[in-house]
Design a protein around this ligand. Sequence first.
Ligand code: AMP
Ligand code: MG
Length: 334
Amino acid sequence: MPYNCGHENLMSGISILGLEGTAWNLSAAIVDEDDVVVENTATYKPPTGGIHPREAAQHHANHIAGVIRKTLEKRRGRINAVAFSMGPGLGPCLRTVATAARALALSLDAPLIGVNHCIAHIEVGIWKTPAHDPVALYVSGANSQVLSYRAGHYRVFGETLDIGIGNALDKFARSAGLSHPGGPKVEELAKHATQYIKLPYTVKGMDFSFSGLATAAHEASRKYPLPDVCHSFQETAFAMLVEVTERAVAHTGKSEVLLAGGVGANSRLREMLGVMCNDRGIGFYVPEKRFMGDNGAMIAYLGLLMYKSGYRTEIPDSKVNPDYRPDDAVVTWR
Ligand code: AMP
Ligand code: MG
């Protein structure tokens, strides 16, 4: 056996340390089979504009040693493996965190496990809610996908053809003078709307697109009150997401929907998905907020599932992939 798997863990269970840093949030966590033992984060906030990949990577480089040190202080016994996000994400950020993960794995004499960030969002949701085989709507800054597991892979049933819903909200919000991240500010303003303004609704087959919507919303914000445009943006974009999610449910015959990703914090999106699931008589699950946006616990947890299935990433195979698709990952743990 190339690695010291630590017999003490046969008694005390498995502990995995996970590192997340695909974009704005740098986070390290240790999970065991029961729960999250510890999590520490350092969040990059752009001084102006959106996320700048190299600045975010520099932020992660500045904080990663401290975040890991604080996390290790709370460890209980041996770390069985170090999991990290291999992608998708911003190249400079991924490389910074992967370098730290390799060094940490070597210094702890533990194997490395490279995980797919999108799948980690879904698996942590399955862990932390009663869902067990859902259709997942994964909506984050850079990604927007409808996925479900079938025969060894998470299949992508529908996805954005251009930018993620979070980036579309952030981009529109910035153009309206709101600071990053714009999603929560758009949600707040939308509560004060008095009318719906028609905006482009783009669903093509099972895919959707948001870039035209963000541009049209920007144009509309010159003519209409901002709360009305925020409301119309949300209603249009979320209806597109709910439509595709519903069709994936109908196609797969599954009886659960799981919401994942940072945009899942939005209460209007939850309400709309909840209505659809209720109408169809199926379960709708949303994990606690701390597991929705990017977090180290989800990386550690998927690492734990992969570790238990015997999966290991050798150092020469640990290169990051900014375009790592969830349907490219072989699911070894289900
Ligand atoms: P993630 O990439 O999964 O960490 O999610 C980050 C994205 O979630 C950013 O684009 C945020 O603007 C967005 N976001 C966070 N909270 C909300 C909210 N309440 N409504 C809409 N978008 C949100
Ligand atoms: Mg994410």
